[in-house]
Design a protein around this ligand. Structure first.
Ligand SMILES: C[S@@+](CC[C@H](N)C(=O)[O-])C[C@H]1O[C@@H](n2cnc3c(N)ncnc32)[C@H](O)[C@@H]1O
Length: 184
């Protein structure tokens, strides 16, 4: 495992770019009221475990920055409206049950309990030759983090990202986990 806090890596550009575009304050610390669901905030209190966030899209700048490095060929969890690659799977096709082959995969999975299955799929797909780059909450206290994420290259994002067209940044930190394809 290699763990980095983004210093001195390509991903550092991601972190720096994120700082340029984000409110540096921690919204939970600076104003706890912002962690309550309001008509203006799409982030309810227990957002970490809620499936209502599952359509939230990767910020285009973050995808673009990673795409310069990886050249993605598959988005396995998407809708026609939010797919980040021309080649994608939707819920109907069920990206989890598809073969990701030797694609270079960008995976921003549905958050909630299913994330564990997506991380297993990412890890196992890399063992079969795919390279999978995962954008996930930096939930270092979870089983899926210890079972899968730490086996990849972990890049912690500085600051918090703003998903889709949300007004506020997410109330949780994010990380990019890279599972490099194993030569088979
Ligand atoms: C967090 S969003 C990411 C959207 C987009 N790929 C992006 O990066 O901006 C997760 C997406 O996965 C889709 N999804 C949920 N379950 C899925 C499944 N079993 N197979 C494929 N896509 C699924 C959801 O509809 C949602 O659009």
């Amino acid at each position: 495992m290699t763990a980095a806090s983004f210093a001195g890596s390509q991903a550092n550009a991601v972190a720096e770019a994120s700082c340029l575009n984000q409110d540096r304050r921690d919204p939970e610390r600076s104003n706890p009221a912002r962690n309550r669901p309001t008509s203006q905030s799409p982030f309810p209190k227990n957002v970490h475990f809620m499936s209502s966030t599952s359509e939230w899209s990767t910020p285009q700048w973050l995808f673009d920055t990673l795409n310069v490095e990886f050249h993605f060929t598959l988005d396995p969890c998407a809708t026609p409206g939010n797919a980040k690659c021309p080649n994608y799977f939707t819920l109907k096709e069920d990206g989890l049950s598809q073969d990701w082959g030797r694609n270079t995969v960008f995976m921003n999975p549905p958050y909630g309990r299913a994330i564990s299955r997506w991380m297993r799929k990412a890890y196992e797909s890399a063992r079969q030759g795919a390279t999978v780059v995962c954008l996930v909450p930096a939930r270092t206290d979870t089983n899926w983090w210890h079972q899968f994420a730490i086996k990849g290259e972990v890049r912690f994002l500085k600051g918090r990202i703003r998903f889709g067209d949300a007004r506020n940044t997410a109330p949780f930190p994010s990380a990019v986990v890279v599972f490099r394809g194993v030569e088979t």
